[in-house]
Ligand binder design. Structure first.
Ligand code: IMP
Ligand code: MG
Length: 182
């Protein structure tokens, strides 16, 4: 897999440091809230990020999973959000939610999810992303917590995939454009 990587963008050490920084911010923001805090891991890409983040938050939290897709087998967004796994809770009004994502690109996925959970009555909804590519935005959206802003590269590793591959790389790297025919 490493021969397909152009350049490493975030090392394991840098990922550890940014997870610790975000966990501290979340602790400060939610420590005095009487409502419970629920992290929603967006499958599959944010699995490693959610795992590294949650163990550093020293508040009582709960974990949920949702699965959405905006991409087919391509490195270009299709623009359509499909909900594959929904939240199995009736009453969302007793909780503050943080949606944990791997990367924000067009912004469609997270703005859709924020709207969806808000309409279902969540007490509050915030978003947390490992990476953000603001240059690619097509909708007006800013994440509440962000690990690292990056330029417009297609990146893989630490959960991020191309055609379901490279998720298990321990670092985030730029995929060689020859791999996806770019
Ligand atoms: P958005 O809805 O356009 O913001 O797309 C967000 C989703 O696109 C992420 O959850 C990823 O699954 C995928 N994505 C966007 N950019 C990349 C990338 O550089 N590498 C891998 N997946 C990406
Ligand atoms: Mg994703």
């Amino acid at each position: 897999m490493t021969q397909d990587i152009e350049k490493i963008l975030l090392t394991e050490e840098q990922i550890d440091a940014l997870c610790a920084r975000i966990a501290k911010q979340i602790e400060q923001d939610y420590q005095s809230s009487p409502k419970k805090l629920i992290l929603i891991c967006i499958l599959k890409g944010s699995l490693p990020f959610t795992a590294e983040l949650m163990k550093r938050i020293s508040l009582p939290i709960e974990i949920e999973f949702m699965k959405v897709s905006s991409y087919g087998a391509s490195s270009v967004s299709s623009g359509v959000i499909n909900l594959h796994l929904d939240l199995h809770r009736d009453d969302l009004s007793d909780a503050n939610f943080i949606i944990v994502e791997d990367i924000v690109d067009s912004g469609r996925t997270l703005s859709y999810l924020v709207r969806y959970l808000t309409e279902r009555g969540a007490n509050s909804v915030r978003t947390c992303t490992l990476l953000d590519k603001p240059d690619r935005r097509t909708v007006n959206f800013t994440p509440d917590y962000c690990g690292q802003i990056i330029d417009d590269y297609f990146v893989v590793g630490f959960g991020l995939d191309y055609n379901e591959k490279y998720r298990n790389l321990p670092y985030v790297g730029i995929l060689k454009s020859s791999v996806y025919g770019g």
